[in-house]
Design a protein around this ligand. Structure first.
Ligand code: APR
Length: 311
């Protein structure tokens, strides 16, 4: 039994992000985990391996793996990391359609077993896949969200701490918008122990750090060559899930359905959300200046164009 109650999380995709997330969830006793992958035996094998770490590490949470969905029944949260990376010769819209088919199918099967779960999407392109999960699941807006902002902010916070040589614990940062090129970092809302970032670093330096955060995923891909980041993505996903299950009500930037706020009638983008037992308990509307608002709208429009591509 997990420490804070008997919670259960389905993790779909036992690849790098999925299995690392599953590992963090059980090691921290946040929830029991049902791991799923389409590749025969992989989820089962990884789950068994993780279970065998329990006696050594001393956690009580259970993990079970499989290719089907029976063992996912009655999950409180579903984390979706299934997908394929872009292959040579594949257009952006081919990738979109392939991952849309995967995520659509996965959501349908998860919902059959756990109709009341909260869904957290990680599969890319993130904002579009979150929209799709919402559409396919038929769940209310508060129960479907995407993980991107926590990760993007963590990257920005890391680079700020590295630049200043200060403790990472004191660095707070906020950003909005879609995951990727059009993300909207907000240095104005970033502080170190309450000190505005602009008092600590010149504008050019802040711009360079923003740029590095924006390209944080690509920097890792460039180094790994055959895969993308997973330590920080899994930590970010688990922070969101913990805030939901333990009703911590943390304000974490998450991809959400924005209807009316920020001058947007109907958009899927990253915004600051209070995450608690009902999923998104509240979306916070910041007082943005004209430039920030224009950047957010541009980001939302880019997501909309991709949504149109999957039809
Ligand atoms: N059902 C279940 N699992 C699936 C399906 C499916 N229909 N299709 C693919 N998978 C599995 C793959 O077999 C693989 O094990 O999803 C897993 C994806 O894992 P990786 O390829 O290791 O990718 P990962 O690095 O974990 O990234 C997963 O998260 O950050 C995003 O861009 C990233 O979209 C990608 C996702």
């Amino acid at each position: 039994m997990a420490v804070h109650g008997h919670y259960k999380v389905t993790v779909v995709g036992a690849g790098f992000v999925g299995s690392t997330s599953a590992q963090r969830l059980v090691e921290k006793n946040i929830a029991d985990v049902a791991l799923v992958d389409i590749v025969p035996e992989v989820a089962k094998g990884k789950a068994l391996d993780m279970m065998q770490s329990a006696p050594v590490l001393g956690f009580d949470a259970k993990i079970e793996g499989g290719t089907g969905y029976d063992h996912t029944k009655d999950s409180d949260v579903v984390l979706i990391t299934a997908g394929i990376p872009r292959k040579p010769g594949m257009s952006r819209s081919d990738l979109l359609k392939t991952n849309a088919d995967i995520v659509g199918g996965v959501v349908r099967q998860c919902m059959e077993k756990s109709p009341n779960a909260v869904i957290v999407v990680v599969s890319n392109p993130l904002d579009v896949m979150t929209y799709l999960a919402h559409k396919v699941s038929g769940l209310p807006d508060n129960k479907v969200m995407g993980m991107a902002g926590v990760l993007d902010a963590a990257r920005f916070r890391t680079f700020i701490a590295m630049e200043l040589g200060c403790s990472i614990q004191d660095v707070e940062a906020l950003l909005l918008g879609g995951h990727g090129d059009t993300m909207v970092p907000l240095p104005r809302f970033s502080t170190v122990s309450g000190i505005p970032l602009s008092d600590l670093l010149p504008k050019e330096k802040i711009d360079a750090l923003v740029d590095r955060a924006r390209n944080g995923g690509a920097e890792i891909v460039g180094l790994l060559k055959t895969g993308s980041a997973y330590y920080a993505p899994s930590a970010s996903s688990v922070a969101m899930i913990q805030s939901i299950l333990w009703n911590e009500r943390r304000i974490l930037p998450s991809c959400a359905h924005v209807k009316g706020m920020y001058g947007m009638a109907d958009a899927w983008v990253g915004v600051p959300c209070t995450l608690g037992r009902n999923g998104i308990e509240q979306i916070h509307e910041l007082k943005l200046d004209a430039g920030e608002l224009a950047a957010l709208h541009k980001s939302a429009d880019a997501v909309k164009a991709d949504i149109a591509l999957i039809g």
